[in-house]
Design a protein around this ligand. Structure first.
Ligand code: ADP
Length: 608
């Protein structure tokens, strides 16, 4: 720092010495040549301009004052004195002084703008951005230090070359479009790919702005470029790793993704979607290709879901089976909705999940539940065996007695054929009754596949009651029906629903075994409830169920009976829930006892 200041002072002193010498020499020459004061003033002015350009305002001010003094002393009368004899010399001295100060002022301005320019140039060189100025013919006229560093060419090498030829620029759009934009708005921004001197490529964020001459006509372009190669590379790497993670996650979760444009039918499937559908990922995906793999029984419903979604842009959520080329079956769940930022409601994005393992587990669970239910059913029929025997015996006894009566009518001297016919009609009716009961029991004992149909709950109650009526009678229990104004149509498996009712009635009868102080009564009632629901209540006058017990009665293996299995109510709950309903236990509102309530969704149509 001190060294710098020292050399500056030296420089200044040297300039002043040279200036003084030049001024002295000019004075001697002018004096010798006997030039008048005006001519000498011009010579001085020339020297002041020269000296001022070489240094600061202070130096030029000092030289101006020295020149005025010298002019006055040597060239204005009386000579060799600072006095002025003739008043018409005064304007000359004044003009000279003024002019030399104006020159000094101008020089100062010039110096300042030079300093500013130098500072700006240094700033430009400091930035990592490249700054390139091109003329109207794309010839480089300025090439910053940043440009030298990035591209590898020095300013001398680059200036005079056509920029996009030198840099082998790849434009993001047609050059005409860029130029057109630049002409209209004066600016353009975009990403370019340039080739460096060493042949490597760089991606730059480029900003262009039009340069204009004094009359406002465009005469070139200022281009600043920022190297974003690393950023783009990192982004691409990130995208690649995200895509890899996503693909792996899709594989792990057996979930593929898809896109579908309902307008033009364009379809995108992820790798995992191809894998789920068993299609080679090189094949062009399409809805047709998907439908080819849908199980024939479900093609119509899948097609309908697609049609509906494409018509009103509604979400779709559908489970269906695939029948693959190798004959295997897959269960899939497809969900899709219109993409959030789409306005045309035609661009869908969705997920395709392979739910085969879950479905198989569910099916195995259903089988296990069905087996448990079957065991529970057979068990309750065991409880009912005496009643059932009685129930079958009655028509059999009737058949025997009507048969005997027929024989008697036939053995008469004049056989009474009308009576015989009437007895045979009774035989047939009782035979049908017995066979009806046997059939129902076979249904309950058999391991029939679950069969869904529309069942009228009132009919179901009336069919079951004969099987339990005798059991109720054996336990001195009054069994009453209070059936609402049906039909109460529910969709379900009649055998399973019968099982629920039998279980609830047997439980009620058993719960009242110790009741002696009041009538043992079981009331089976049905009614409709708001919200398209049907309620089936089995109310008894037994001991009832306290809150503690209520929390557990539906648990598997919960029993308070010595020989009980504790499966009855648990099976009832799974059956009712599989029918979309709910089962609960309440206290009987009028007096002691429990009410087991099944609430099921009501459907539109009843059969039978
Ligand atoms: P289990 O009949 O083999 O005991 P359940 O699951 O059918 O199995 O019944 C579980 C328990 O719930 C019974 O042991 C009994 O304690 C209680 N329970 C069932 N129904 C009634 C009822 N109507 N009143 C009182 N308690 C009942």
């Amino acid at each position: 720092m001190r060294l710098g200041r020292l050399s500056l002072t030296k420089q200044l002193l040297g300039l002043w010495a040279v200036g003084g010498a030049v001024l002295g020499l000019a004075t001697w020459i002018c004096f010798t040549l006997n030039l008048d004061s005006s001519a000498t003033a011009f010579v001085y002015l020339a020297i002041i301009v020269f000296l001022s350009l070489r240094d600061s305002f202070l130096s030029s001010a000092i030289f101006s004052v020295a020149s005025v003094a010298s002019l006055d002393f040597f060239f204005v009368d009386p000579k060799f004195s600072f006095q002025i004899q003739y008043s018409n010399d005064l304007p000359l001295i004044g003009m000279f002084l003024l002019t030399s100060f104006v020159i000094t002022g101008l020089v100062r301005r010039l110096q300042l703008s030079k300093v500013t320019l130098e500072r700006q140039a240094r700033l430009l060189d400091l930035t990592h951005d490249t700054v390139v100025v091109r003329d109207a013919g794309d010839v480089i006229t300025f090439w910053s230090r940043g440009a030298e560093n990035l591209y590898g060419w020095s300013s001398e090498e680059a200036v005079g070359k056509i920029s996009h030829v030198l840099l082998k620029t790849v434009f993001p759009q047609a050059r005409e479009t860029i130029d057109d934009r630049l002409r209209r708005s004066g600016h353009w921004e975009g990403e370019l790919v340039n080739t460096n001197r060493d042949g490597t490529q760089v991606i730059v964020a480029s900003r262009w702005s039009v340069q204009r001459d004094d009359s406002g006509r465009p005469n070139g372009t200022l281009e600043t470029n920022n190297d974003i190669t690393e950023r783009r590379r990192a982004e691409a790497a990130l995208r690649r790793s995200q895509a890899a993670y996503l693909a792996e996650a899709q594989k792990l979760s057996l979930t593929g993704s898809f896109g579908w444009n309902a307008d033009n039918g364009q379809v995108f499937w992820s790798e995992q979607s191809f894998a789920i559908l068993g299609v080679d990922s090189a094949v062009e995906p399409s809805i047709g290709l998907l439908l080819e793999r849908v199980h024939p029984d479900e093609i119509e419903s899948v097609r309908r879901a697609f049609d509906r979604a494409s018509q009103d842009g509604s979400e779709f959520d559908i489970e269906f089976r695939l029948l693959l080329a190798n004959g295997s079956i897959k269960h899939v769940h497809a969900v899709a909705h219109v993409m959030a930022d789409e306005t045309d409601r035609a661009q869908f994005v969705g997920a395709l999940m392979d739910i085969t393992p879950a479905k198989l587990a569910e099916m195995r669970l259903q089988e296990a539940q069905a087996q448990v239910a079957h065991v529970a059913r057979v068990t309750s029929l065991g409880v009912l065996s005496a009643s059932i025997a009685h129930e079958v015996n009655q028509p059999l006894a009737a058949i025997v007695s009507h048969g005997e009566a027929s024989l008697r009518w036939l053995n008469r001297e004049v056989p009474r054929l009308d009576e015989v016919a009437s007895s045979i009609r009774h035989v047939i009716a009782n035979g049908k009754r017995a066979s009806g009961i046997v059939q129902r029991i076979r249904g309950l004992i058999g391991k029939a596949e679950q069969q869904r149909s529309v069942v009228n709950l009132n009919d179901l109650v009336e069919e079951v009651i004969p099987l339990v009526r005798n059991e109720a009678a054996r336990h001195r229990t009054l069994l009453q029906l209070d059936l609402g104004d049906g039909p109460f149509a529910v969709s379900g498996d009649p055998i399973q629903l019968q099982q629920v009712l039998i279980n609830l009635v047997i439980n009620a009868i058993q719960a009242m075994a110790t009741v002696e102080d009041r009538t043992r009564s079981v009331v089976v009632s049905t009614r409709a409830e708001e919200g398209d629901l049907v309620v089936l209540d089995v109310a008894d006058s037994g001991p009832g169920i306290d809150a503690d017990q209520a929390a557990h009665v539906f648990d598997a293996f919960y029993t308070t009976k010595p020989g009980g299995m504790g499966m009855g109510l648990s099976v009832c709950r799974s059956i009712i829930e599989a029918h979309g309903g709910q089962i609960s236990v309440l206290s009987r509102p009028s007096g002691p006892g429990a009410v087991f309530r099944c609430v099921l969704p009501r459907v539109a149509r009843a059969i039978g």
